[in-house]
Design a protein around this ligand. Structure first.
Ligand SMILES: O=C(O)CCC(=O)C(=O)O
Ligand SMILES: [Fe+2]
Length: 509
């Protein structure tokens, strides 16, 4: 049973995992096609593709996603891009709540703008404010008719539980660029009753990869979004973004602009999210149980003590059904890394990581197992040396985690090959892993690697890339700790590495 946690490990060829071994982009292609006319707008016939994605764990619940073809016209997209590509346009550089990288986004509408404040209070310099007001107004002039005539009517028709009140309460545009932000970690939009993402870029010519949906974090299925196409889903759908470059005569490049809309079920944009997941949680949907746990503290009148207990209660229910996110959160609580009233229980935490691996090969759980093995290796000293077998087990779990896409695992595989943990030192492979992680820290480590190889130009390029994601910003370390890989904290980026054969430990980042 416990062997199943490391399917395929140790690897038969006994070769270390390399970034080249990471899985290629797989497109989602299980679509049902239909045409939909929007009520009250006879002129508008939409081509809609519907997909159903099984939820993680031992239940048969599914999440839905729809793809709307060309809901925004080529002419509208090109007007938006012209504004966005103006040299004066500046995007937000504050930490993202999903991955703790610089957001690279620009809000057209949100709570604070409706209150007459700036798009992101505290993060906009007065010099930017004026141009941004004009840019926002110009973009809104294009966006508003699209919302009023097409997208909002579609959303209300598609989700009758909104009772006609579905309202786009947040509207923002995000940029992905090769050599800058290229990803957005896997997550669920807990603040959004319905999400609509319009791609302003073309799959295949502007970028590859892009928006993906998933049952389990380790198996993303990408949506082939063309310019003007939209993806529509609710908060239960696990999704993320990873942009891959296209090859051109002038080398590799990728640009992907997305226009993101988060709807609430309130015309006044009131936050009713504490009721969204209650019923389906009670009916036994594990994703709803895990999501409801994130909302209980905002139930009117609940005490913080009661809320704490409810959080654990609902996550336990979801974890019993093998829900990976719930298992991992509970395990971190049992290790004292997330706040809860639970007593520390390492054995139980380990069981939960193993359950998330068994149900979904969850990369966060693989990373958690690696962390536990490294702690064990340091406490089980043999003849003054850390236990090498346990270090090797930790490395195998890191490889499994990296295969599932975990950037913290990829970064730490860089440490494995730099320091020679359970393997010989291989600086080239270490450098490849640092880069593959795509993390600000990984790109900075890649820069140091090029520096040490006497390649100052490449070193400078990677230093620039690291900084564009927030490396060195005063908020980065805290942001990294509270977001982990997709919005949940309680994960150690700096793993408890024991001394290597030369009695050295990796630097702390
Ligand atoms: O940029 C995208 O396509 C989606 C981003 C996203 O999922 C989000 O911001 O919540
Ligand atoms: Fe999202």
């Amino acid at each position: 049973q416990t062997c199943s946690a490391l399917d395929g490990y140790p690897r038969v060829d006994n070769q270390p995992l390399r970034p080249n071994d990471l899985p290629a982009v797989q497109l989602f292609n299980d679509w049902q096609n239909s045409t939909v006319s929007i009520l009250g707008n006879d002129a508008l016939l939409l081509n809609v593709s519907s997909g159903s994605i099984r939820q993680a764990g031992y239940s048969n619940y599914t999440s839905q996603v729809e793809l709307l073809s060309k809901i925004v016209t080529a002419e509208e997209v090109s007007r938006m891009l012209q504004l966005l590509n103006s040299p004066q346009t500046s995007l937000d550089q504050d930490p993202d709540t999903v991955d703790g990288f610089s957001t690279q986004e620009f809000f057209l509408d949100n709570d604070s703008l409706r209150n007459g404040e700036s798009g992101k209070p505290g993060f906009e310099s007065p010099e930017q404010a004026e141009h941004r007001r004009e840019l926002r107004q110009a973009l809104q002039n294009i966006a508003q008719p699209i919302l009023e005539e097409r997208i909002t009517p579609y959303v209300n028709q598609r989700f009758p539980t909104c009772q006609g009140r579905c309202t786009p309460c947040y509207s923002l545009i995000r940029r992905y660029l090769y050599g800058e932000r290229q990803s957005h970690a896997p997550h669920r939009d807990g603040h959004s009753f319905v999400t609509v993402v319009v791609s302003l870029s073309d799959y295949g010519t502007d970028y590859l990869g892009g928006l993906y949906v998933a049952s389990e974090t380790s198996h993303p299925y990408y949506l082939r979004l063309q310019q003007g196409d939209a993806a529509v889903h609710q908060s239960d759908l696990l999704h993320g973004v990873k942009v891959y470059p296209v090859e051109t005569e002038n080398g590799l490049h990728a640009t992907r602009w997305s226009w993101i809309l988060w709807f609430r079920d309130s015309e006044q944009c009131e936050d009713e999210s504490h009721v969204w997941f209650k019923d389906c949680a009670e009916k036994g949907n594990p994703t709803c149980q895990m999501m409801h746990a994130t909302k209980v503290s905002s139930i009117p009148g609940i005490s913080s003590e009661e809320a704490m207990k409810e959080v654990v209660f609902w996550n336990q229910k979801a974890a019993e059904m093998g829900h990976a996110t719930a298992c991992v959160k509970l395990a971190r609580a049992l290790l004292g890394k997330l706040p809860s009233h639970l007593k520390k229980d390492r054995k139980e935490a380990r069981k939960l990581f193993l359950r998330a691996i068994e149900s979904s090969n969850d990369p966060d759980a693989q990373y958690g197992m690696a962390t536990l093995y490294l702690e064990d290796a340091s406490t089980n000293v043999i003849l003054g040396r850390p236990n090498d077998d346990l270090v090797k087990k930790a490395v195998a779990h890191l490889e499994a985690s990296a295969l599932g896409g975990h950037p913290f695992a990829m970064f730490n595989l860089g440490m494995v090959h730099m320091m020679g943990y359970g393997t010989k030192i291989d600086h080239a492979l270490a450098g490849e892993w640092f880069e593959a992680s795509g993390l600000p820290e990984g790109l900075a480590a890649r820069s140091m690697h090029y520096s040490s190889m006497g390649e100052p130009e490449k070193a400078a390029e990677f230093q620039r890339r690291a900084q564009s994601l927030g490396f060195g910003a005063p908020w980065r370390v805290l942001a990294r700790e509270s977001t982990g890989y997709g919005g949940a904290g309680g994960i150690d980026f700096n793993l408890p590495w024991p001394p290597n054969e030369s009695n050295r430990v990796p630097p702390k980042w």
